[in-house]
Design a protein around this ligand. Structure first.
Ligand code: PLP
Length: 469
């Protein structure tokens, strides 16, 4: 067959669109989208003819058109962002979306998303309200601060604090606290962006009160304290805490800004974890402005929470940058629901997934692992299922040295290598992201819920069956 004959084998768009199979697709996906995909697929065959010398390839492509059209459409309508099962044991996994929300909260969030809300409407007065009003009093109650403001994330919060309170002035920071958080967030760069001049004091390992004192000039607009959340300097070290700085800050009438990073609202040392600086402590210790993340240890939506003295927060509320960094209705709703749980610590520990995972007893995790193991064994799979003691991590740049005892379910099979297994589990409709333990693919059960077990069992069964053929 010559090329012209091959071109004539390509069906016309209108003819294809009339076919039963394609009509069915039209009902499902809509006419204009199907038409566009049909055109694209026909174009693909035309290009193939132009490039190809092998007529069987072309005829095969023509024959498979309905199939490739259907596949193309399915791919177009498959959400790119979807839920995954976190078997890594890293509780705040930034790549996996950090903090998962309570399901009940998520359901209420869906209603807010689908309907109108009083986001910026004062229902009592019947006039324009503030979106900040939904959580400001809760934040004040929980942290002891006078006022609060929430922006897009903590990086934005730090930028807003510096830009509002210290633009064109100097900000003193210890050299031991010039942190890089990752994702291009470095304190010196944020400082530059804010229009404030960074004045470094002390050394990497030691900074004294006198270092701060000597650096204060007429131009000093603030002292910034940064929690070194993702690393620790140990050994011959010294830093100056906020209460010690308070006197000199007061004397010169300059605010102390504290970036806590994670900022816990509960004392994690009660649950066998190292003590992470709490927001209440920072306020009580004399910080004038404290900022922290919404989706780290707080366990809520992505947000940057700023609490502190009314005079400073009010100034920030009026800054034009605040409008550019404001949170949307989903964040507003999710944050209010998350904070509400903290009114009672016991409730927070149970109902905020991050806190629940952090504090869950190793034995409870092990029982869940045992449950998955026995359900897998009932399937008589060509694999060996082993429980492995392992260590979970908090992640998200919080408590980097913390290891939490946990149990993983490891799967070893003669017919499927660990890397093949990893790849196949990642390709599932709801991917299962595991971890390698001694070269074996495994799932840390601390970050997996009981309700996810049936899906995991089914997926592993399918995977091993498809490896068998
Ligand atoms: C994580 C972190 C930030 C950035 O917070 P995001 O909410 O991720 O923007 C800033 N400062 C410190 C100290 C942090 O640990």
């Amino acid at each position: 067959m010559d090329k012209n004959q091959l071109y004539r084998r390509i069906p016309k768009v209108d003819v294809l669109l009339e076919e039963d199979g394609i009509r069915k697709l039209e009902e499902r996906y809509g006419r204009s989208c199907v038409k566009r995909v049909v055109q694209d697929e026909l174009e693909r065959v035309r290009i193939l003819i132009g490039e190809s010398v092998d007529e069987t390839d072309v005829l095969k492509a023509v024959e498979q058109l309905p199939d490739s059209i259907s596949k193309s459409l399915e791919l177009l309508y498959t959400p790119n962002i979807r839920s995954v099962i976190n078997g890594t044991g890293t509780i705040l996994h930034t790549n996996l979306g950090r903090a998962p929300l309570n399901r009940e909260h998520a359901e209420r969030l869906a209603v807010i998303a689908a309907e109108y809300s009083n986001l910026e409407y004062d229902l009592q007065r019947g006039e324009r309200g503030e979106r900040n009003a939904h959580f400001e009093s809760l934040l004040c109650r929980l942290t002891g601060a006078e006022a609060a403001l929430v922006v897009n994330n903590n990086a934005a919060a730090v930028l807003l604090c510096l830009s509002t309170l210290a633009k064109s002035g100097e900000v003193i920071v210890s050299r031991g606290e010039l942190v890089e958080i990752g994702g291009k967030f470095r304190i010196p760069d944020v400082m530059e962006q804010s229009g404030a001049v960074l004045v470094e004091v002390g050394t990497t390992n030691k900074t004294h009160l006198s270092d701060y004192e000597e650096a204060i000039t007429e131009e000093t607009k603030a002292i910034l304290k940064v929690h070194t959340s993702n690393y620790q300097i140990v050994g011959f070290t010294e830093s100056v805490a906020v209460p010690e700085l308070k006197a000199i800050a007061k004397e010169h009438e300059i605010p102390i800004i504290e970036d806590l990073g994670s900022g816990a609202l509960v004392d994690l040392s009660k649950y066998g974890i190292s003590h992470e600086p709490m927001v209440q402590e920072a306020i009580c210790g004399g910080a004038d402005v404290v900022c922290f993340s919404g989706d780290k240890l707080l366990g809520g939506p992505q947000a940057g929470i700023i609490v502190g003295r009314k005079c400073y927060i009010n100034k920030m509320k009026k800054a034009p940058l605040t409008r550019a960094l404001r949170v949307d209705k989903f964040t507003t709703a999710a944050l209010e629901m998350t904070l509400e749980e903290y009114l009672s610590e016991e409730r927070a520990m149970q109902r905020i997934p991050v806190l629940k995972m952090i504090s869950e007893m190793p034995d409870t995790v092990k029982q869940r692992a045992q449950k998955l193991k026995s359900q897998l064994e009932q399937q008589k799979l060509p694999a060996q299922i082993v429980l492995e003691a392992c260590e979970s991590q908090i992640g998200g740049g919080a408590l980097p040295l913390e290891k939490i005892s946990s149990t993983a379910v490891a799967i070893r099979s003669e017919i499927c290598s660990a890397s093949e297994m990893e790849k196949r589990m990642r390709a599932l409709p709801t991917p299962i992201i595991g971890r390698m333990i001694n070269g074996i693919w495994a799932m840390d059960m601390r970050t997996i819920e009981e309700e996810q077990i049936p899906y995991i069992v089914g997926s592993i069964q399918d995977m091993l069956n498809s490896c068998r053929i």
